[in-house]
Design a binder for this molecule. Sequence first.
Ligand code: SAH
Ligand code: SF4
Ligand code: F3S
Length: 466
Amino acid sequence: MQIKTKNIFQVQFIFVKVCLPTFAEDLKFMARKSFFIETYGCQMNFSDSEIVASVLKDNLYEFEPDLKKANLILLNTCSIRDHAEQRVINRLKHLKALKGKNRGLIVGLLGCMAERMKEELFEGGVVDLVAGPDSYRELPRLIESIKSGNRAFNIVLSAEETYADIKPVRINSNGISAFISIMRGCQNYCSYCVVPYTRGKERSRQPETIVAEAVDLFSRGFREITLLGQNVNSYYYNSVNFPKLMMMVAQINPALRVRFATSHPKDLSDELIQVIASRPNICKSIHLPLQSGSNAMLKLMNRRYTREYYLSRVEAIYKAIPDCGISTDIITGFCSETDADHCDTLSAMQLARFDYAFMFKYSERAGTAAADKLNDNVAEDIKTTRLNEIIAMQQQLSLESNQKDMGKLMEVLVEGTSKRSKKQLTGRTSQNKVVVFNDTTHRGGDYVVVRITDCTSATLKGEVEE
Ligand code: SAH
Ligand code: SF4
Ligand code: F3S
């Protein structure tokens, strides 16, 4: 009997000794409110993550850059192509293992996948929270409700939310460049695109709040801001249109560079081109997605412009701003695209002389007009061949554009030391081209005049002009 009691004691002692530290660690892990956030997709999503960080910080959550140490892991997701969603689904498999180890770990899915896939995301048992792009103010309340054993869900889209009063916490920034969201949503309904369904109706943010945010960033040492929206040319708030807003922001200080993304070709106005031409600190760089150079494809895509109209806008830009950088987005292999349509895209790229392009294979998205009414009938291997031809064409155009810069003096905003060498700095020109040059005297945020001496298709190289 005595021996038995002793054994029980021994067993209990061992139990306490083995389990106490892990239990205590679990408690410590759960008591600290820390979050990690990983962002997928477009610049708008990166900007949104900074709004999320602000909402959480106001509710006493600390930002934790190490995923393993956070007790709230948020993935801010993208649905634009199937590949973007697959990356997140694979990430969830990794988080499942982490969840097994950390009792109390909460996993939340935010952004466009949350909006598109809804409750389906709870399947698999990893996700506790699903919150769409207009519900980020609700996050603290949603997270609290999970702690009492529930799953939390809010995907209501708003016609008004712009998060205008929230001061983003710049977790994605290098301290020199920052994004400012000026509008949300899109109602252009390009037939292939999921964004109008995941982001809701277009709405613009009050201009005074945008200017105040830019003034604050400049006073904290930032030297470049990018005004963001799915279609910034549609910005409109109480008689302030996008060119007027650009002017208001550009007047803050000549040392603050202003960029914007993205503009739809159908409403790239002469007024906007004139504003860009008129202010040295408005960057000479326009991202103008072409999507296809074929009129038949543009019609099926519901882009509401023709190849001729697009190219006439490009000529208007070059006429007013001869040194303007123009970049684009191209989708290849859209429904029923023929070899002739593809050749039209290649020739339009040559005529527009793009400096840079983001190039994608068409990826059918459920619920869009193209998925409902058209046939995703270009074979995968043909999509691949056409994409490769488009990439090769763009590399050639980028190289030609960079070769034209040889010998020129360019003002570069320094972003930091180059990855290759601590003796080299890297930065961007007004045209958004990356420049690398030998220099140890300047720092991030400085403007340096560099003479271009060499180039590849991706980078300019140069020397500081004394
Ligand atoms: N609002 C921006 C684009 C946002 S999406 C604009 O209209 O300019 C970024 C790019 O993704 C698009 O320009 C398009 O080239 C690409 N894209 C959108 N939907 C796609 C799809 N279903 N398949 C492949 N690429 C797509
Ligand atoms: Fe999508 Fe077209 Fe809106 Fe761009 S403009 S987000 S491509 S629907
Ligand atoms: Fe992706 Fe949504 Fe942006 S679908 S591209 S994260 S608006």
